[in-house]
Design a protein around this ligand. Structure first.
Ligand SMILES: Cc1ncc(COP(=O)(O)O)c(C=O)c1O
Length: 411
């Protein structure tokens, strides 16, 4: 018997989240987008129209943003670290980020004014690679700590960006604490973490804004494809910074009719699902063992939680087979649809949607979602095959089977 997906309708009492929401306005997203667009490596990542899969399920539209093309780094994460570093430097130089571009950042003049900085962070892989990449481009140093069990390939990829990177013997949340301690002891140290906690909110807020570039692009691409508003969005969460960024942007765009947003977590690290049940941010402890390395975080981001608490409709706790199913569905598309190479953390959204629409066991979830023939769903594939060996074990060798399941009735 496969482990079930757990899901919950968010019925928490509403609270004032205007401060967090104001980080993610269309104006702020445009600033982040313009900043990223100034990078010579910038290209818009594809929004793949899975029209045949949509037809197969009987829904109007199905689109997935493919972040495997992001800056040749195979994941969306660099958007956050680079923007936070950009904003930090803008602040140091006494400038507005709107007036800072890539060329200013890498100039000799900027380097001279700033002196030496070491950026510290903890990461499952993708965030650290982004921070190391950005630090490297700015001719600054980075120190990257990874949780135990991290992939050797991901470590090597971070080292290739010139970082002092190592795998620790602790879980993600403890690695964050250690990186923070090291940064605070280093007179030139700056902690660039992709999650917020009481007293550490400015940089994580900038990181969320940096992620906003992805939603900003996605919305423009949807409009170009003739979609005014997606009716449903599924986005994955580790600490929830990304999910808060996506949810905040769409809640700002459509305050009266916010799309139905579902937050997908790994069941081994489902702190937001539990927080929804508890009606307050609560951690989950332990080893957080899951193939979805990017989602293996047990403590949610405080800023993001304010947004999710008020604007996300569902939280879903997904076992590893859901991610594996998504990887296979996206990697072997229906004829006429483009292939998407999606890694474990990237594919859980597609695996969840596929399961909701196809398996009888989850028909109640489909009904609660209100997915009908008029629905247009937006998904995010946040990474490519960042752990290529694992990718092949799953896609070629059938690791983590989703098992046979009774089909649901057609929409
Ligand atoms: C590929 C990928 N997707 C999603 C996430 C989740 O982002 P967050 O931790 O902001 O929830 C991560 C985080 O590292 C990731 O690497």
């Amino acid at each position: 018997m496969r482990e079930p997906i757990k899901w919950v309708l968010n019925e928490q009492p509403k609270s004032d989240c205007s401060k967090s929401l104001s980080l993610m306005t269309p104006q702020e997203m445009e600033k982040a987008f313009r900043f990223h667009r100034s990078f010579p490596q910038y290209t818009e990542t594809p929004l793949v129209n899975l029209s045949h899969l949509a037809g197969y399920f009987g829904v109007k539209g199905l689109f997935i943003k493919d972040e495997s093309f992001r800056f040749d780094l195979n994941a969306f994460k660099v958007l956050g670290g680079s923007y936070a570093i950009g904003r930090y430097i803008a602040q140091k130089l006494g400038k507005d980020i709107a007036n800072i571009d890539y060329q200013t950042l890498i100039s000799d003049e900027t380097k001279k004014k700033l002196g030496d900085i070491t950026f510290y962070t903890a990461t499952d892989g993708n965030h650290g690679r982004g921070v190391a990449w950005a630090a490297n481009k700015l001719r600054q140093k980075s120190v990257v700590l990874m949780p135990k069990g991290s992939s050797q390939t991901r470590l090597e990829n971070i080292r290739k960006e010139g970082a002092d990177a190592s795998i620790t013997d602790m879980n993600y949340d403890d690695a964050v604490r250690l990186a923070n301690e090291k940064a605070s002891k280093d007179p030139n140290g700056v902690m660039v973490q992709d999650t917020a906690w009481a007293g550490y909110e400015e940089i994580p807020g900038w990181i969320m804004q940096g992620y906003g570039s992805m939603s900003y692009e996605a919305y423009r691409q949807l409009k170009a494809a003739g979609v005014d508003r997606p009716s449903h969005i599924i986005v994955q969460a580790g600490v929830g910074s990304l999910a808060g960024a996506v949810t905040g942007y769409f809640a700002n765009l459509f305050p009266q009719q916010t799309p139905v947003i579902t937050i997908a977590e790994a069941s081994a690290a489902d702190c937001l699902y539990h927080s929804c049940l508890a009606e307050k941010l609560v951690p989950v402890k332990g080893n957080l063992t899951t193939v979805m390395a990017g989602l293996a975080c047990g403590e949610g981001n405080t800023i993001s939680w304010e947004i999710l608490k008020n604007h996300a409709r569902f939280f879903a706790s997904c076992p590893d087979w859901v991610a594996a199913r998504g990887m296979r569905v996206l990697g072997v598309p229906l004829k006429g649809d483009a292939k998407v190479i999606s890694g474990e953390s990237g594919a859980v959204t597609a695996g969840l949607l596929f399961t909701i629409l196809r398996d009888k066991e989850y028909e109640d979830f489909r009904k609660a979602q209100g997915i009908t023939k008029d629905s247009t769903v937006l998904l995010f594939s946040t990474e490519g095959n960042t752990d290529p060996e694992r990718f092949r074990d799953i896609v070629w060798d059938g690791e983590l089977p989703s098992g046979p399941a009774e089909r649901s009735s057609k929409i």
